[in-house]
Ligand binder design. Structure first.
Ligand SMILES: CC(C)(COP(=O)(O)OP(=O)(O)OC[C@H]1O[C@@H](n2cnc3c(N)ncnc32)[C@H](O)[C@@H]1OP(=O)(O)O)[C@@H](O)C(=O)NCCC(=O)NCCS
Length: 168
């Protein structure tokens, strides 16, 4: 996917990019990320390769987004994150374009819903809405106002209630 803002492109992550993505994410989120609830759900689980996108410009990694298989209660869903854009490259539309690429592909693959923990004002740009407090429960403490969801098929968010756990 090309863009009007510059020469970056969005494409699927390649296996050999895993280390560069890890260092980008570590640089942006710091060591505190490892203690976060969403990370516990990812530990020991691989991100979905067909939903892991990078932004690349002249061979340089500008950003990354990954999705993970989870369940909410007995309902399968996707967990979005981390979404990360190099700090000196923000505001160019890279974040939203990577996210939209993932959402479009997830829908095409038949996934029903995406959830995440993040800033509602930003993710609203991609259609995410706050989920009803207490409905979707992450392991460990999470600010309920930051639990957001996006239905890929009608009614999918209403079906999401219960504990969030790794996909079985
Ligand atoms: C959030 C992030 C991925 C956005 O990437 P980006 O490529 O700059 O995003 P876009 O260019 O698509 O959008 C930029 C717009 O979103 C806004 N925005 C960025 N972060 C925001 C936030 N947390 N809340 C509300 N708005 C936000 C910017 O102000 C900008 O607004 P404008 O279009 O009106 O100028 C990037 O800032 C980042 O990596 N941040 C640190 C990690 C992070 O917070 N990740 C999200 C997990 S909650």
């Amino acid at each position: 996917m090309a863009n009007a803002e510059g020469s970056w492109e969005i494409r699927l992550e390649r296996p050999e990019e895993a280390a560069a993505i890890e260092s980008l994410v570590a640089e942006i989120f710091g060591p505190g990320r490892l203690a976060k609830s969403a990370y516990r759900l990812r530990e020991g689980v691989d991100p979905l390769a067909d939903l892991s996108f990078v932004a690349v410009e002249n061979g340089i990694l500008r950003g990354s987004v990954r999705f993970w298989p989870i369940q909410v209660g007995s309902e399968p869903a996707l967990l979005l994150g981390p979404l990360a854009v190099q700090s000196d490259q923000r505001g160019r539309g890279i974040g939203i374009t990577m996210m939209q690429a993932g959402i479009k592909k997830a829908r095409a693959l038949g996934h029903r819903a995406i959830i995440l923990v993040g800033d509602a004002p930003y993710y609203a740009r991609a259609g995410f809405v706050p989920l009803p407090a207490g409905g979707v429960r992450f392991p460990g403490p999470v600010d309920p106002a930051r639990i957001l969801g996006l239905a890929l098929v009608d009614g999918a968010l209403e079906a999401l209630t219960g504990e969030v756990c790794r996909a079985r």
